[in-house]
Design a protein around this ligand. Structure first.
Ligand code: C2O
Ligand code: CU
Ligand code: CU
Length: 513
């Protein structure tokens, strides 16, 4: 008989309560609600006719939790979709079988320091790392990807990325299209060689993994350097790991969740039938109300949640998701030759084709009110200026490049405190600048204003609604944002989400005390 039951029998109930609380303190923590083994390892996927493509891929095994927590993405290199619920305690055992050092980051989620995937936590090939966190974020579209020092871009490019979909009661109550009514679209670009293998930068720069993995050089240090400074662009478009897919859809309303999982490419999204984009959410979940946009700019790292009504389309009709194109200079570039990619930044692109069938499904109007952002302006919060600059062939964040341990006084903030950041994208004396998507770990923030810059096609598609974790700052612009930092103390990061910029050091520590 357990002690507290014995106390009950003796009529000593108050002591039973005490005994119970002592037992709880002594007992090991309750098992998590969700437990997953997540393995990153080489794999082969058929992406183009002919030889399969060698990739790196996340695979997951659900050890504990609801059966729909893990869903593999068929015919893709992408990692499985992880469906989590607000309030769940999650344990993820990461198994690094990539052949090099790695660690996983939960982009957009506010998790304890030990779970955030800072590069100093990276583990060697063959080792494991356990991430423990509670889901405290609002319902929304988040994602996971590796975050090792100077290898994030290469590992994501090789295929390591996946979606995390968080749900909560507020969102459930809206009964948005789900299941077959939901299209999950991860937008990425890749370059392939004649043997269907991914081409990324110079094999010599790829370290141990690149050699023998089918990497081809792009010829010379100069091209290499330019590709790093301007960001690496592919010439084939992939949606959720499939090259320009054609997808059969019903005559119904879809919830389309978009992630720009590209290393460096910006998209100015539009539907080919010129129906407007009905956006209902972004990085940090649903907006207060839907908004209608002609085009939607999506920078690397950012997400968009969109409703698409196909219920009145004719059977046999097709609708394409496109990037309508914009002058390359509006994203900016550096170097004498600028962007030398085969399909340059800003080129018009077709991402995927939806083929409307004759099956009719439910039509769902966008709810007039989607969510409560639960937000308060704090105009008296301390202001921090964060310049984005280019000097001596390097991108700088607040005048510095990344150092694993270094944190400046301005980068040391109190847990749960609020600041206003003025992120200022400066043009260098040679007139060069680039658009930078600036991402902050452990928080979702609000954009207050956007000033400066000049007429810009990408800007037309920027909305600045809702909560965000990645804000695009165009050349010459200053973005004012109000940030409330994570309640978890520890060493976090903020950086440019052009992954080549991040790897070359456009990243800094953020110390939460
Ligand atoms: Cu998605 Cu530190 O990044
Ligand atoms: Cu992140
Ligand atoms: Cu950048």
């Amino acid at each position: 008989m357990r002690r507290r039951d014995a106390l009950h029998l003796l009529g000593m109930a108050p002591f039973a309560n005490l005994a119970r609380s002592l037992e709880r303190q002594a007992a090991p923590a309750k098992p998590p609600d969700v437990e997953i083994v997540l393995t990153a390892a080489p794999a082969e996927v058929s992406l183009l006719p002919g030889a399969p493509t060698r990739v790196l891929q996340f695979r997951a095994k659900l050890v504990r939790g609801p059966a729909d927590t893990v869903t593999a993405v068929p015919d893709s290199y992408l990692g499985p979709v992880l469906r989590l619920k607000k309030g769940q305690r999650v344990r993820i055992h990461f198994e690094n079988r990539t052949g090099e050092s790695s660690i996983v980051h939960w982009h957009g989620l506010d998790v304890p320091e030990r779970a955030d995937g800072h590069p100093r936590l990276a583990v060697e090939h063959g080792r494991d790392y356990t991430h423990d966190f509670e889901v405290t974020n609002r319902a929304g579209t988040y994602w996971y990807h590796p975050h090792p020092h100077m290898r994030t871009a290469a590992q994501v490019y090789q295929g390591l990325a996946g979606l995390v979909l968080v749900s909560d009661p507020e969102e459930d109550a809206l009964q948005l299209p789900s299941g077959a009514g939901e299209l999950l679209c991860v937008l990425q670009d890749r370059r392939f060689d004649a043997k269907n293998q991914f081409v990324y930068l110079d094999a010599g720069q790829m370290g141990g993994m690149g050699r023998g993995r089918g990497m081809m050089g792009m010829g010379g240090g100069m091209g290499q350097m330019m590709a790093t400074m301007n960001g690496w662009l592919g010439d084939r478009m992939l949606v959720s790991g499939r090259v320009q897919p054609a997808i059969d859809v019903d005559r119904r309303t879809y919830r389309v969740r978009l992630l720009n999982g590209s290393n460096s490419r910006f998209y100015k999204l539009a539907w080919s039938d010129e129906s407007p984009i009905t956006a209902i959410g972004n990085d940090g979940g649903l907006f207060e109300r839907p908004r209608t946009m002609r085009t939607l700019t999506l920078a690397p790292g950012q997400r968009a949640d969109v409703l698409l009504d196909l219920s009145s389309h004719a059977a046999g009709a097709t609708v394409q998701l496109r990037s309508v194109g914009f002058p390359a200079g509006h994203a900016g570039s550096v170097g004498m030759m600028g962007d030398t990619s085969p399909v340059p930044q800003g080129a018009p692109l077709t991402l995927m084709t939806l083929r409307v069938s004759n099956r009719q499904g439910p039509r769902v109007a966008a709810p007039a009110r989607l969510s409560s952002l639960d937000w308060r302006a704090q105009p008296a919060a301390p202001v921090r200026r964060v310049p984005l600059t280019f000097m001596q062939m390097t991108w700088l964040l607040d005048g510095r490049t990344f150092d694993m341990a270094e944190v400046s006084a301005a980068e040391t903030v109190k847990a749960g405190s609020t600041q206003i950041w003025e992120i200022e994208n400066q043009t260098n004396p040679m007139g060069m600048a680039m658009a930078h998507p600036i991402h902050v770990h452990g928080t979702q923030f609000r954009v207050l204003s956007r000033t400066g810059g000049s007429a810009n096609a990408l800007r037309d598609g920027i909305h600045d609604d809702g909560w965000t974790d990645t804000v695009l700052v165009l050349p010459g612009e200053t973005v004012r944002a109000q940030l409330t930092f994570s309640r978890h103390p520890g060493l976090y990061l903020y950086h440019c989400h052009i992954l080549e910029h991040e790897d070359m050091g456009m990243m800094r520590n953020l110390r939460i005390t």
